[in-house]
Design a binder for this molecule. Sequence first.
Ligand code: G1P
Length: 312
Amino acid sequence: MRVRKAVIPAAGLGTRFLPATKAIPKEMLPIVDVPTIQYVVDEAIASGIEHVILVTGRGKDALVDHFDRAPELEQFLAEKGKDDLLAMVRDIADKCEVIAIRQKEPRGLGHAVLAARPAVGDEPFAVLLGDDIFDADPPCIRQLIDVFEARGQAVIALLEVSEEQTSAYGVIKGTPLNAAEGTPLNAAGGTPLNAAGGTPLVPALHQVEGMVEKPAKGTAPSRLAIMGRYVLPPEIFAMIEATPPGKGGEIQLTDALDRLRAARGVIGCAFRGTRYDAGDKFGYLQANIEYALKRPDLAAKLRPYLRDLVGK
Ligand code: G1P
């Protein structure tokens, strides 16, 4: 079944970015000049998603406004003849349908996903967490959707992290399903390589055999951490309902996913691309610098500036 809907949990208070997030949602903080939420919605749209479901909370109305038409602003831009900006602000509102549902209490990521149930209904859906920003082609969630459509099991994004970082993530135990990164193509049908040589065209897949949310130091089952992209069948909702509060007293999506794994299987997808942790100050700064360096209007000044700065 085609994946048409995406759930974006965005109800968190953003305490890691206080005071910036005292009066504005953390998802509105820009990377260069685009709010982080827009990168996530753009990734969903570029992956074929038609309906975006934002799970919001109190004080998050700016997110809904951002994806709505803005008549006064549009009129102002039209009168000033700023046609490019006018087209840009209109496009944000017009390019897909965004609806918002409120998570009434902050009871964890699993609980936030469950809040989207009335809008998702009985079909598979994608989940994209706004703290994880991906620079990937095809987009990260598209890579996962392709695996879901081919194999019919839930798919989660994986990234190999250092041993010390494992306690900040959901971590899986798994068995590789296809050839690992860098494995040359073999005649018997290994991982296909692209023309440039050496880079596999397909992401590395793992059959998940267990997962644990934020394992205590030294207890992680592997270094494969769950990143904030998931493609889930509607059966996940019943699993979340049956999941008691876990780590931090919250209803964890990872715990519900482990139940789903035991019942129907879950595949881990070590996606191809770069991920930025925009929920962390350093990761946020990295994303700002690297996205600015991709912009011709800024790179010409920023590159020599950064070189001079580190030379000092
Ligand atoms: C959430 C999930 C965790 C996952 C992480 C990815 O944690 O609970 O399993 O590894 O996102 O960013 P959070 O960072 O919201 O605490």
